[in-house]
Each structure stands twice: as structure tokens, then as C-alpha cells.
Write a protein that binds this ligand. Structure first.
Ligand SMILES: [Zn+2]
Length: 400
């Protein structure tokens, strides 16, 4: 059994480059799983993603831990046990994880102190981080107070201290979460503020976390999932939002503080004009239905209105047909041709002909699908070129 990998990141999370000896290699489809005697690469675990970087210039694609040994998946590697290798971390990624993870400890403690709620889980993603807190309804004011409290501790630049303790020796320490562990444990302390057992990598002082921003939250199980960003991520989000507000301000030729008022006014105006347009359209359709009814053709026991419209709203054509059959003795066969061909078949309540029969005859020509009731049926197809022929077939059937 090879020896465990020494975890340099536990004692020195700021070391970015290191030399190590290969203990063991396993073939992978695209390279090797490499076990070293020592490493700066943090393996995925404890809510924190793994580090990336290179071993002798070859990319490290993932890092996992199994039985105390850390396995680096290295693309294109052909190392042998005993080889000396040089590891280099992707420091931007690692430092981002340190900012988010230390920020999470601080934010979780701020939730305890301000809202008296515990954090039940933590997730650090490549784009966003979340904590799940045991509060059913998080009020805006509470979230703002928690955020202020967390940032106050950031601005005080309190040191973070890492120490290894015996699990049986923690009674005097006000841990945020009581452990279910024995043996040696790793204690992360934000000076005089938070005490947590954690295997992750952390910054030296709260000032390095940078701004802590709660972004949004939603109900999750019986509690709340809080999305947050720290440090560089918070800065990038601020830059993006600030750019968006500037752009909106330019588009509206208004000051940033006026944007909300303008949008609310537009929303109200849009609602009013939509109602007005709907009323006018209804008037137009009523007049058009009247004209078409007046020019209807006597066909057997009823009067027929048939028309094929190009590039007209399908719903509008349907509404027109419904208006026509609200008068007695009418049958309508209307078509709307755009990207698809849609045909409508309708009758007045005093007409006996089953519209489904007309629809079936037309659908056969169109090779389309349809359905409906004896009073109103429709079919549609991509074969717009066959719409006229399909309508003619239905009209012929009506004349029989
Ligand atoms: Zn942690």
C-alpha cells in the first residue's frame, strides 16, 4: 500500500508551485491518474471543487482523493513511479475558491448572529455559490442586515487561523456545527467570530475575501437557498450590472435613477394600448365579418363564406370565422397561409352539416392533422401549396 499524499495546501494554501515524486500511475483513456508523495492540488470535497493546473506542463483535468491518496488526472501523461515532477496551480481558480469558501464561513456565521439560523449545506460552483439556510421566509431586510454584518467583518480584516485539534478537545470552542468526528480535526477560526471544522483552502484574513454580496434567494425544501458571490466574482457581477444600467440609461436618454419610473410608465401605457388595440381589432373584424356575410354564396340549405388569407394572424382568421357563424344559416371555410396552412370549418347553430366531414376531406388533400366538433373544426399542414385545393375539396363536399 503506497504512502498517503502529503497535502501541502493544508499548511500552505498560498504555495502555487511545487516539486514532487510520482508514487503510482494508473492508465486513463486520455492520460494517467497520478499519485504523488506531496501536492498543492486540492481534491474535490467538502463543497469545494478541485484545483486545476499542470504537472510538468501537462494539464491536470481533475483531482480526487481516495483513502488518503490524491489522484491527479493528467492529460497526455506517461510518468513512471520515481519520476520527479513539477506542479503548477491555476492560481486564479484556486484563489477564487478560497475567496468563496472563506466568504461562506463568514456569511454562514452572519446568518447565525443576525437571523439565528444555521447553514445546512454549501455548494461552490464554477459560476455561483449557494448556502441552504434553515429559514422558511427570508425577508429583504434580514438579507440586507446579514450582508452588512458579513461585510463589516470583511472590513475589519480579521485573521483566519488554521489549527489541527483533537476532536475530544473542542468542548470550549463555540463551533457553528457540532462535529461527529474522532481523532485529529482541522479548525478554521475567523478571529473571535467563527469556528468551523473544514478541510478546504482559506484566505489569511477576511479582507482578502473582498466584498460579500447576496445575489438572490428562493425557497428550497423547508428552508431557503441563498446565492452569493465574493471577491473577484462580486466585482465581475457589479461590473456587468453597472454596464447594463449605463446602457439602459443611454437607451432611455434618462438618468440611472429615472429608469424604474420610465419602465413602470411604459408598462402601464402598454397595457392601456393593448386593450385599445384589441377593441379596435374587434370592431374591424365585426365590420369585415358583416361584409363577407353580405357577399355569402347560397349553397344548398346554407350560405357559404370562403376565403384564403396570406400572412395573416391565424387567431385573427379564426375570430373572423366565429363572428360570421354567429349569424344564422352560415358556413365558413377560411384558410390562413403563412409558414403553415391552417384551415377552419364552422357552421351556425341552425346548420346541420358536420364540419368534421369537411375538415377530413381537406386534411386528406393537405396530408395534415386536424380535429374539432360538429360546429367547428380545423386542420393544418406544412403543405401551404395545397391549401387552395384542400378548400375546394371541402366546398365541393358541402355542395353535394
Ligand atoms: Zn468549509
Amino acid at each position: 500500500m503506497p504512502a498517503d499524499t502529503r497535502k501541502i495546501f493544508e499548511s500552505d494554501p498560498y504555495l502555487k508551485e511545487f516539486e514532487a515524486t510520482v508514487l503510482e500511475v494508473n492508465a486513463l483513456p486520455q492520460g494517467q491518474g497520478v499519485v504523488l508523495d506531496r501536492t498543492c492540488f486540492y481534491p474535490e470535497g467538502g463543497g469545494q471543487p478541485c484545483d486545476y493546473g499542470t504537472l510538468d506542463g501537462l494539464p491536470v483535468r481533475s483531482v480526487t482523493e481516495s483513502d488518503g491518496r490524491i489522484i491527479h488526472s493528467v492529460e497526455g501523461a506517461s510518468f513512471k513511479p520515481g519520476d520527479k515532477v513539477r506542479g503548477v496551480l491555476d492560481w486564479d481558480r484556486r484563489f477564487d475558491h478560497m475567496q468563496q469558501h472563506s466568504g461562506q464561513h463568514l456569511l454562514s456565521q452572519a446568518f447565525v448572529r443576525v437571523a439565528k439560523v444555521d447553514t445546512v449545506s454549501f455548494h461552490l460552483g464554477s459560476d455561483e455559490s449557494t448556502i441552504d439556510v434553515g429559514i422558511a421566509d427570508l425577508a429583504e431586510k434580514t438579507a440586507a442586515d446579514v450582508e452588512d454584518e458579513a461585510n463589516r467583518i470583511v472590513f475589519e480584516n480579521r485573521p483566519l487561523r488554521i489549527s489541527v485539534r483533537s476532536a475530544g478537545d473542542l468542548d470550549s470552542i463555540p463551533l457553528r456545527k457540532k462535529p461527529d468526528l474522532t481523532g485529529d480535526v482541522r479548525l478554521i477560526e475567523i478571529a473571535d467570530y467563527d469556528w468551523s471544522l473544514c478541510c478546504g483552502t482559506h484566505v489569511r484574513a477576511t479582507g482578502e475575501i473582498g466584498l460579500i454580496k447576496i445575489l438572490q434567494w428562493e425557497k428550497y425544501k423547508s428552508g431557503t437557498r441563498v446565492h452569493f458571490a465574493c471577491g473577484s466574482r462580486a466585482l465581475r457581477i457589479f461590473q456587468a450590472k453597472s454596464g447594463l444600467v449605463k446602457s439602459l440609461s443611454r437607451l432611455l436618454t434618462a438618468g440611472e435613477s429615472e429608469i424604474e419610473t420610465i419602465v413602470l410608465k411604459w408598462r402601464d401605457e402598454k397595457k392601456t394600448s393593448e386593450k385599445r388595440v384589441a377593441a379596435l381589432l374587434d370592431e374591424v373584424l365585426t365590420a369585415e365579418a358583416g361584409r363577407l356575410t353580405a357577399s355569402a354564396v347560397e349553397t344548398g340549405s346554407c350560405k357559404l363564406v370562403s376565403a384564403l388569407f396570406k400572412d395573416r394572424d391565424v387567431q385573427e382568421v379564426q375570430n373572423l370565422g366565429r363572428k360570421i357563424v354567429s349569424s344564422p344559416g352560415m358556413v365558413v371555410i377560411l384558410g390562413a397561409v403563412g409558414d403553415r396552412a391552417t384551415l377552419f370549418f364552422g357552421r351556425s347553430s341552425d346548420v346541420k352539416t358536420d364540419m368534421r366531414e369537411l375538415q377530413k376531406a381537406a386534411a386528406e388533400v393537405l396530408t395534415g392533422k386536424g380535429g374539432g366538433s360538429p360546429n367547428w373544426a380545423q386542420c393544418s399542414s406544412e403543405r401551404t401549396d395545397l391549401a387552395e385545393e384542400a378548400m375546394a375539396k371541402a366546398i365541393d363536399l358541402l355542395k353535394l
